[in-house]
Design a protein around this ligand. Structure first.
Ligand code: SF4
Length: 262
């Protein structure tokens, strides 16, 4: 896996990341299969394509056992207490990775000092793939679910609301259409962002604000992470450079932070 991935991913870390703390990206396998509309301009495909690689070929990486790896001095390579961003160049619940996932659960179980964060579109598979000791480890793993448009909400929301998570965060990114959640029961936060890259689809401020309203009415947290590369407001589409997409979202000043949110 090339350094470009880490660069892009670290740029995209959630807002509650402590910049002074240790954060690590752990990609135990690489490559993915497109799954829904949100995958059309997947950055894994885009960056692999730039290096002449085929992102649909899925393989275990040299980082598979990273949490267990030690330095010559005998210390873990992932420092004590780190926050680990898991599987950001694939989808954790990808079918092709089924033989490799039990080993991941074991490493998470052993490294009790670490917290983990992952985002999946394949939440409908997730509940059937948890280890027998899930209750022992679940408070240290935040599993977020992507819902990029209404079709994704219709297909994934009920599975996610029933998923036995410690807390639930919906990620509407890339947001590519208006979304109406008929309920947000059981959800603690919604994160919204536009699409990046040269083929980015337009994200509309009105869609963002509509999701914000639904979060406000439900009494849950809301985070506008970034505008994406093409952002529409009041009928005008703006091309926004990557370097200021997060900053522009911050300037909107529309986040909802709740004392009890994760
Ligand atoms: S699920 Fe994620 S990693 Fe996989 S193709 Fe879709 S966007 Fe890319």
């Amino acid at each position: 896996m090339g350094g470009g991935f880490e660069q892009e991913l670290l740029f995209d870390l959630p807002e509650d990341t402590d910049p002074s703390g240790s954060t690590v990206v752990w990609n135990p396998w690489h490559g993915c299969k497109r799954y829904s509309e949100g995958c059309r301009n997947c950055y894994v495909y885009r960056i692999d394509g730039m290096h002449g690689k085929d992102a649909s070929k899925i393989s275990k990486t040299k980082s598979y056992s990273l949490p267990m790896q030690k330095t010559r001095g005998g210390k873990y390579r992932i420092p004590y207490g780190s926050l680990v961003y898991l599987c950001f160049s694939s989808d954790f619940f990808l079918e092709q990775a089924d033989p490799w996932r039990p080993g991941i659960w074991e490493m998470i179980r052993i490294r009790r000092d670490l917290r983990f964060f992952l985002i999946t579109k394949r939440i409908k598979r997730a509940a059937g793939l948890l280890p027998s000791y899930w209750d022992e480890i679940k408070s240290r793993i935040e599993i977020c679910c992507t819902m990029e448009d209404q079709n994704a909400v219709n297909a994934r929301f009920s599975a996610y609301s029933e998923f036995p998570a410690h807390s639930r965060t919906i990620v509407c990114e890339p947001l590519i259409g208006k979304i109406n959640f008929s309920t947000l029961d059981g959800i603690s936060k919604v994160i919204v962002g536009g699409e990046s890259g040269p083929e980015a689809r337009v994200c509309s401020y009105s869609w963002v604000m509509d999701i914000r309203r639904q979060c406000q009415e439900a009494g849950i947290a809301f985070y506008f992470k970034q505008t994406g590369a093409r952002f529409e407001k009041d009928g005008k589409v703006y091309n926004i450079p990557r370097s200021i997409q997060h900053e522009q979202a911050r300037k909107a000043g529309i986040d909802i932070k709740l004392a009890m949110s994760n």
